[in-house]
Structures are given as C-alpha cells and as structure tokens.
Design a protein around this ligand. Sequence first.
Ligand code: NAD
Length: 464
Amino acid sequence: MTDTYLELVNSGLTKKIAQQLGLPRPARLRRYRPGQPLVDGPVLVLGSGADADALATLLSSPAGGPASPRPDAPVVLDGWDLDVHRHPAPDVRYAAVVLVLTDVAHPDDLTAPVLAAAATLKTLRPAARVVTVSRPALETDAPAVAAARQGVDAFLRSLAKELRAGGTGNGLVVAADVPVTAPSVVAGLRFLLSTRSAFVDGQLLEVDSDAGELPTDWDRPLAGKVAVVTGAARGIGAAIADVLARDGATVVAVDVPAAGEQLAAVANRVRGTALQLDVTADDAGERILEHARARHGRLDVVVHNAGITRDKLLANMSDDRWASVLAVNIAAQLRINEALLTSGDFADAPRVVALASTSGIAGNRGQTNYAASKGGVIGMVRATAPLLAPFGGTANAVAPGFIETEMTARIPAVTRQVARRLNSLQQGGLPVDVAEAVAFLASPAAGGIVGRTLRVCGQNMVGR
Ligand code: NAD
C-alpha cells in the first residue's frame, strides 16, 4: 500500500505547499542495500572512560583491526574505518552520535556528554543516528547510579521524539558483566547505526550476555544457515524470506496450501524451497524439521511469522474468532517449538524469532483476541530462551507497529491515515523494516540477546 501523503509532501509543487502550510512532512526513509557505507558521514563518539575508547577504536580502525595494535591489547576487533570524532567540531555535520554512558554514577555525569550531543543536533545529516550505550538500572545499584542509568532511558526516548528528517534514536542496555566489545553489543551498534534499522526508533535493546559470534562478512551474516519462515507467501513473511536469503540463509518458505502459488513464487525468488503447511496442524513441527533436514540437511532458524486478525469488540466476540486467532498466533508456535526442542535436531546455536505486535504490549480496542495472542508471544520467547540456552540458542520477538501490508490495508481509510502518522517518523513502516530486525536477531552475532522483544514501530505513541 502506497503512502500517497508521504509522496506528495516530498515532491515538486506539493512539497512547497506543504512547507508553506507547515504540514507534517514525514521523510523518505533510507533503507539498506548491500555494499552501502555503514554510516554516511562523520561519527561523534561521546563519553569518557575505557568503554567509550574501545568503541571509538572499533568504529575508527581500518578493517583488520586497529592500525598498530599493542601486543597486549585485549580484543582486536575488525574495525569499521569510520571518520570518528571524540569532541564536537564546529561546522561538521555528523551522520551519527554515539553516547557511551556505561560509567555514569550520578545524574550529574550525564550533563557533559548530553550537552555535547545537543550542540550537534541542529546540523545532523538526514537519516542521522543517535545511539546510547548504557547499563541497566538495578535494585542493587546505589540510588545515584540507578537514577543516572534510568535517566539515560527516558532521555533517549525523549531525544528520539525530537529528531527530524528520518533520524532515529535508540539505545543498547548492556548487562553489568558484559563488555561493550561483546558480539551482540558490537552487532547491535552496527544494526542501530545502519539503514537496516530505518523504522526502529526510541527503543532500548538489552544485551544479556557475551555469547554470539561476529560474522566474517557483515553483508552475509547468515551464510550457511537454514531458516524456516512461516506465513511467507506475502507481506512481512515474504520480506523476511527475501532479507534472510539476501543475508546468506537458505530459506524454507511455509504457508497454507491456499496460498500455494504465491508461496512458490517467493520460494523461487529466494532460491529456497516451499512447504505448504497449516501451522496449526498437530504435526507442523515434525513436518518443518523433516522438510528442512531432507532438502537442506539442517535447521538453524525458525521465524514464527504466520498470523491472523479477527477483530471484534469483546462484547461481540464469537468463540471462533477468539479461538482461531489464539490457535494460529500463539498455540501453533508453542507446539512447533516443543517438537523442535524435543527432536534433538535443533541444537546448534538455534534461533527462534517470533512476530509479536505493539497491540500485544499496549493493547488495542477491538483486538482482545489478537493482543492476548501477541502478548503470549512476548511471554513465550522469554520462557523459551532458557530452554535453548544450553545449545547456544536464543528466542526473541519483534513487535511491529503500523506496517504497510494487506493486513493494514483492510483498516478503514481514515483510521489508517491516523494510525500510520502516530509515531515519531510520521509514517507506516515497510515489511522490509520488520524483516531487517528479524534477520539481526536470527544472526549468530545476536546470541547475547535473550528472550527480548524489539519494537519496529517508528516509536509508536501507543505503549512504552
Ligand atoms: P498477512 O496477512 O499479509 O500475511 C500473513 C501470512 O500468514 C499469509 O500469507 C497467510 O496465508 C499466512 N498464514 C495465516 N494463517 C496461517 C496458517 N495457519 N498456517 C500457515 N500460514 C498462515 O500479514 P502481515 O501483515 O504480513 O503480518 C505478518 C505477521 O506480522 C503476523 O504475525 C502479524 O500479526 C504481525 N504484525 C503485522 C503488523 C502489520 O502492521 N502488518 C503489525 C504487527 C504485527
């Protein structure tokens, strides 16, 4: 579905009229293409201390590691060769600002880095990135430490609402004993700096452990992996199949027999295979595993994307509407996971990524059934992650906000116009935006992100 308003306010005469009338002007977001530069301009790394130094070194060093690594250097990461500044220089238009705030011990410690960032904001480049790296506020922290750390979260969410021209603000919240050079911090920082995270805004992504493995090729982080995507015949599922294949995975595309033709087209496009299957079938897990093993020799990633809506106010809810939504959106995922877990063949750093929804976090009128199922997904990944941990596996969820698909095209026109503007980026996301987040969580480098839910919602105003 095309967002005509976005096109109009970004082109020709209608752009000028919109400017004169002071109408909201959502920017055309920049999206990822392999080979694109990671960041389109200089990067400012703010913050004092060893963590800020380590990340500045990573960002600025040439590929192959720091130019002259000391023999005793603890970690030699493959550098990203960016133009990194440690203090804001006048007249420089930054493409990204990284605030490393892991050592704040009192709210006063935020003043210097935050005001240094403030000095850059008016001249940031289009589609700029602001990323905080901080520690979680814990009950066991000294009150001043917890105050400073919790302050970072709310600061970041507020700053994200002030950014313009497709700019986003997100944060990584790194568990106490995890170094900032851990694979999931490094890969998470790269994801948030890149155009892969175009529609991720105002989010704080927790990194729980130093597990995970960095890729040898950042453009093909899923090379050698076999991934199953359910509901892959169209919409977000088809985009997930495309992105996983682009990132190097072999894809098994699953959908109901009625969608067989579209499913075959997707499977052919990604040079994968198609499996016609209703995910609510009792033996869905066994059939998925059997197909992946027989056709591709293994199974590494399962993306639970198949989902349905049957919206009605609860007062008018029929048994069938309630039961069918719960059956497809969560019960099928639970049954498939159980089959995979008990098979013993899903045990080599497996990844489960499931599609939740912002409705499963904030609730939505007319969607009690859908919200219960999507809240269920969030609970399911939290409790499934520990079961996969012994094999180096993870389970995480992605919660999309308003995404332009056939599902949202069915919303009445006026409601749809309002819904797609209700976020900091003032537009709906595209299926590819959700797919990029799924691919990141499915990657070996995301092994330290465990049982979490990442929102892809442009900082939707509903919910947290
Ligand atoms: P869609 O309706 O366009 O596509 C869903 C696909 O799932 C279809 O191809 C359908 O045939 C398949 N499917 C449905 N039931 C199935 C079953 N029993 N077995 C196998 N396949 C089945 O939906 P979409 O917008 O692409 O959404 C994909 C996922 O993202 C869903 O889980 C949805 O709840 C979630 N989501 C979407 C949005 C959005 O704005 N579009 C927002 C939040 C969450």
